[in-house]
Design a protein around this ligand. Sequence first.
Ligand SMILES: [Zn+2]
Length: 437
Amino acid sequence: MNRYAARFRALAVAGLLATCLLLAPAAGAQNMVRARQTVAYLSAPARHGRGYVNHGEQRAARYLQHRYKALGLLPLSPGYRQPFSLPINTFPGRAELQVDGQVLRPGLDFIAAPTSGPGHLRGPAHRLDTLVFSQLTAQTALLATRLTGAVLVLTQAEERRLASLPAAVQAHLASAAARVTLVSVKLTASLAGEQAARPHLEVLASRWPARAGTVAVRLDARRYAAYPTQNVVGYLPGTARPDSFLVVSAHYDHLGQLGRSTYFPGANDNASGVAMLLELAAHYARPKNRPAYSVAFLAFGAEEAGLIGSRYFVEHPLIPLSQIRFLANLDLLGTGDEGLTVVNGRVLEPQFDQLRQLNARHQYVASLAARGRAANSDHFFFSEHGVPAFFFYTRGGSTAYHDVLDRFETLPLTGFASVFQLLRDFLNLQGASPKRP
Ligand SMILES: [Zn+2]
């Protein structure tokens, strides 16, 4: 090596060191750039809405396995994978709706009802006469009207009242070739394990013509009796009490696709919570941040289908539930303009007081709200089994929810950095307190 090369190498090493120091995040702080990348990756079209069409959920799970491995988490199950299966209705093929020749857009103008069956048909729209709920003569007239081949159109309010009608009238309405429910405010999709015999679409009322004539529907639906999926589970062993656990959980699944080219990105729900879980994992993986207790990271599948992954974990626990000192469930952490809500905050008052004190001292989030018990995310079955658990979600900033507009590009992540700090401080306190309450 000549002198010039040696000097150049010394300069290069110094430059590299300086670059590393500049780029390294502040010790222990979460990395917003990396968190944004996580949300962008999970909500991208190639993850297919992390549902059951094109194995979207498996693509997301594989990504999490790689991230866990890179962070040095130990598996709670081989390959971090806790397999289970669920019944699920999916919409993998065509999803088309036309009214009097006008094409409505899947996702934006209409969605499929969760239990919708498949169908390919064209027929007259039959608007339900509201008098059937109060007048016998209207019921008699309806029973005399042929509905076979027709598309029954009713509002959400009417839909809710159907069960009050005589069985014969209900059976007659069920003979329609398809059903359209007009939704007044916004389309909100969900999932079901069952599949009805006929197509059932939900259409934004403002997109439906007042005097709809002919309706054409093409919808492919496929139901799986036992679709194989998984939870992705790892942990960091504690330095002093590895048999006791703090748990951070977040569901990584979402609603999947509606037809071939429409998908539900689920950036807020719940790529944001998964990003937070990974940031907390990155924090605790640093040797100097290792707590006395072990920290488990549970990324649940099939939450949107009815908390199925977390329920499976509770029924087949990979760590004894009695050894969990606290569980922090993260779902919908992508906003924060109006603060943070804590489900079970009214149930576990001492812990909520700790949160409030931490927040008052450091001014992390704009407001902290406490709620009671609620079966609205993956903390629920743990709570029901006596595990102290909070479910955290941010408020304000976006109204996109269970729709095609829940996208990374418009997700503010306003409260993300401060919620990270609050959660970190709170978990550290739970790890430090002497006894499980
Ligand atoms: Zn959801």
